[in-house]
Write a protein of this length. Structure first.
Length: 509
């Protein structure tokens, strides 16, 4: 008997795209996909015949498609001024019907942020006959947010959203971006869901961001709001600073000083320049979503023309980066301790958002006008330095100068230094934090005077930084802080603390 064995990840998608031929498709009766037993007639102890794409699934798909497209039609009610909104009875009926479809399809009785009785029905959830304008608007907005939660929690709905193209995809991206911007201010969200926990809000934002990123990747379109339409004036042709993969220019946008970060990769034209710019923009889009006191905000991407080199537009930091800032005898130990707490808070936020920094060092920590630390460039370093990235440059990984901050597990390389190294992790970020603590206290570059191959071989074999003592600027760290930094720089990744533990320890010192 001629039998081909093939693997699949999603049985729903498998059924939906199944091409029927002469052969039969058998599915193990022990499969974890309950839909197999639900849709097939009879039962075999070993195998059952895979069903055709039955009418029940078509009904679910049609209703899901209607629901996700109806959400984009009504989501602006969240943001519009009350005086500009007229929610008629027919609109209310349409919203109730389409908003509750996914919850009814799943058979769930309520999700975490629903504020009313969990055994809700469409009528009890938003009574159709409400007359009070303010109450109608409030309940409609609540329903639109819970509607979005149902969408981002449904694999089928997310799959269909990611099949949108052209104007539909662009409109959905812009709508998701507006929700992310709106929910970044917790007072907006709490006005609708006063009893929602921070975890509820964080989970909804993370899933919404994931759907946005996936839609961008699948549709190959970017939300227009990512790009700055205002004119950005450059103060000069020459960069005033440079990092591992970018040059920094000072500019003016909207009457405010900004940093214009130009990625050097795009100075060299390639045959796939459009594709590479899109990949870069997708990574920058993640940064665009992050809102935290210890994270440098990203305004967007700007270029003089669609074909010219793109710039990241960031707030201008007069105090420069943390490495340069701490190279001053007037910066006391107490100030450095506070900066380390703020850096730890930034790491906690990034890791809670499932983001690994990947290039934490003094030059990627900026100091604002109030002398507070702001993390930047998270995730972008690996885009240009990871060997499996299409934007990888063979020389970029080691020439960017981050080797002294790299954890031992990242240095397991092949014949070319760093060419086959492991991917960054939360624990490698923690190792880099330990090195940053040494760096800011000493005011010096870690392992200064050693060549790259000496640092590589030394760290790989267990070499550690020595206590910097008073360093070059007279700052002596406490015994407790030095013990914590040594713990962060443990050779084995699993022996290092997480970012939450680091902050708790710093607060006790």
């Amino acid at each position: 008997m001629n039998v081909d064995v093939k693997r699949y990840k999603d049985f729903y998608v498998f059924l939906r795209h199944r091409q029927w031929g002469d052969g039969k498709v058998l599915i193990s009766s022990h499969t974890s996909h309950a839909v197999v037993l639900l849709l097939t007639e009879g039962y075999s102890q070993w195998y059952t015949l895979a069903p055709r794409y039955v009418d029940h699934l078509r009904t679910i798909e049609g209703g899901t498609d209607m629901s996700i497209k109806s959400w984009i039609k009504h989501n602006n009610i969240l943001f519009e001024d009350e005086t500009n909104i007229d929610i008629t009875l027919s609109i209310r009926e349409e919203i109730v019907r389409d908003a509750t479809f996914l919850a009814r399809a799943k058979g769930e009785k309520g999700l975490s942020i629903r504020p009313f009785d969990t055994n809700y029905s469409s009528d009890s959830y938003m009574p159709i006959q409400q007359d009070d304008r303010t109450t109608v608007l409030q309940t409609t907005r609540i329903m639109i947010m819970t509607w979005l939660q149902d969408i981002v929690e449904s694999a089928d709905a997310c799959h269909q959203v990611c099949e949108l193209r052209e104007n539909e995809a662009e409109d959905y991206e812009e709508a998701l971006q507006k929700v992310l911007d709106w929910t970044s201010d917790t007072t907006n969200f709490k006005s609708l869901f006063p009893f929602a926990s921070d975890k509820d809000v964080q989970t909804l934002r993370r899933r919404t961001r994931r759907l946005l990123i996936n839609l961008v990747k699948e549709s190959q379109q970017l939300p227009p709001s990512l790009f700055i339409k205002e004119t950005v004036d450059n103060y000069g042709k020459d960069p005033i600073a440079g990092g591992g993969f970018a040059d920094i220019f000072k500019g003016l946008c909207g009457g405010k000083a900004v940093a214009m970060k130009r990625v050097r990769f795009f100075l060299t034209q390639t045959r796939e320049v459009v594709k590479h710019r899109r990949m870069f923009a997708q990574e920058v889009l993640v940064w665009r979503q992050l809102k935290h006191d210890s994270i440098l905000p990203l305004r967007g991407i700007w270029s003089q023309s669609p074909e010219s080199v793109p710039y990241m537009i960031l707030p201008w930091m007069n105090n420069g980066n943390a490495m340069n800032y701490t190279q001053d005898v007037s910066v006391a130990s107490q100030t450095v301790d506070r900066l380390l707490r703020e850096i730890a808070e930034g790491l906690i936020y990034l890791h809670a958002e499932d983001i690994i920094h990947g290039d934490l060092c003094g030059r990627n920590i900026l100091i604002d006008e109030s002398c507070h630390a702001k993390l930047c460039d998270f995730g972008l370093a690996s885009l240009f330095t990871a060997p499996n990235s299409q934007l990888y440059s063979a020389t970029s990984r080691m020439t960017q100068g981050s080797l002294p901050w790299m954890a031992p597990e990242l240095l397991n390389s092949g014949p070319t230094l760093g060419a086959d190294s492991s991917e960054p992790t939360y624990r490698s970020d923690v190792y880099a934090f330990g090195v940053v603590g040494w760096e800011l206290y000493s005011g010096q570059t870690p392992f200064a005077g050693l060549r790259d191959f000496e640092i590589h071989s030394g760290v790989s074999s267990g070499r550690k930084l020595d206590n910097p003592g008073a360093g070059a600027y007279g700052r002596t760290m406490s015994r407790g802080l030095w013990a914590l930094l040594l713990l962060c720089m443990r050779h084995t990744a699993s022996d290092r603390p997480n970012a939450v533990t680091i902050l708790e320890s710093l607060q006790l010192l």
